[in-house]
Design a binder for this molecule. Structure first.
Ligand code: MN
Ligand code: MN
Length: 316
């Protein structure tokens, strides 16, 4: 018997029954003695095109009932290794983006104060900025692995400095990120200008455009990422639109010819061995996810994030 929280088994209660907490884990409060908290951040008022990611956490939880506790690929057993719970959602002010950003930061500060690692379900990508602000106060400038179709490095959008398309520019300006230890993977499609990806490149960020990923394994790239990151605390931010719309159509700003589902897994598995201090899966928009496949894939990607955390045992 494990001393850790275990997901409710599909052989004890049918998967379609019972409360749809993330991975059918117990629901806990921040006060509980946890290693990892899975938290929903149902914000979508920072998005520039299709909305709907406010429903992301709820639908990812609903599809996560099919995820079982052991990785058959890596042998990882996160629920036998760490105390993990679903810690509910951040109470946003859905009428006010700036107020919501403040609420998210305060909420995540409570996590870091309690030494609980956050794994977050978005929500649009705006949520990552206040999360990084909270984590940087504890860890200093972090390494970042950022999967996305977009750089999210705009200076402003409609004159606004804090949106889902400006977060990483703010994070670098605020010294939350060590840019020479940041890698962006999957960027593609069309830009506001031909120089869109250069602001980050000039500051040392490694930009791996989707075309450089086509037709190949990303395991060698991740080996290079690991050697660049070294011991630096690293945050993984996974925008589902980094993947191709054929596998992840349920999102707000889809771009053709993205990464495959297996390349997404390779990236997440590739951060194993690093000092991963938190992760997020953002931009799932269930109203555009008519089959539920985007949320199902997202739930599996979040499971892989748990598997890549330090301290997770592997069969071996
Ligand atoms: Mn993004
Ligand atoms: Mn994106």
């Amino acid at each position: 018997m494990s001393d850790f929280n275990q997901p409710l088994s599909g052989n004890e209660m049918p998967r379609f029954a019972g409360p749809a907490s993330m991975f059918r884990l117990p629901v806990a409060t921040i006060a509980a003695d946890l290693d990892v908290g899975i938290i929903g951040v149902p914000l979508d008022i920072g998005t520039s095109n299709r909305a709907g990611s406010r429903y992301g956490p709820r639908e990812i939880r609903a599809e996560s009932v099919l995820v079982r506790p052991y990785s058959m690929a890596t042998g990882a057993a996160p629920f036998d290794s760490l105390q993990i719970a679903d810690v509910g959602d951040v109470a946003l002010n859905t009428y006010n983006l700036a107020a919501s950003i403040e609420r998210i930061e305060a909420h995540f500060e409570a996590f870091t104060a309690a030494d609980v690692k956050p794994v977050s379900l978005g929500g649009d990508h705006t949520i990552t900025l206040p999360i990084l602000r909270a984590l940087a106060r504890r860890h200093g400038p972090m390494a970042v692995v950022h999967v996305d179709a977009h750089a999210d490095m705009n200076d402003t959008m409609f004159g606004e400095r804090e949106t889902h398309g400006t977060i990483f520019r703010r994070a670098i300006e605020e010294n939350l990120i060590a840019p020479e230890k940041m890698t962006q993977i999957g960027l593609r499609a069309t830009g506001y200008s031909a120089e869109d990806f250069d602001w980050a490149r000039k500051r040392g960020v490694r930009v791996v455009q989707a075309e450089a990923c086509w037709y190949q394994s990303l395991a060698p790239l991740m080996e290079e990422v690991r050697s660049t990151v070294g011991d630096t605390p690293v945050y993984l931010s996974f925008d589902i639109d980094g993947l191709d719309p054929s596998v992840a159509p349920g999102t707000g700003t889809p771009e053709p010819a993205g990464l495959t589902a297996s390349q997404g897994l390779e990236i997440i598995r590739g951060v194993h061995g690093l000092n991963l201090i938190g992760a997020d899966l953002v931009e799932v928009s269930p109203p555009y996810d008519t089959t539920g496949n985007t949320s199902l894939l997202a739930a599996n990607l979040v499971f892989e994030m748990l598997c890549s955390l330090p301290g997770v045992r592997r069969r071996g």
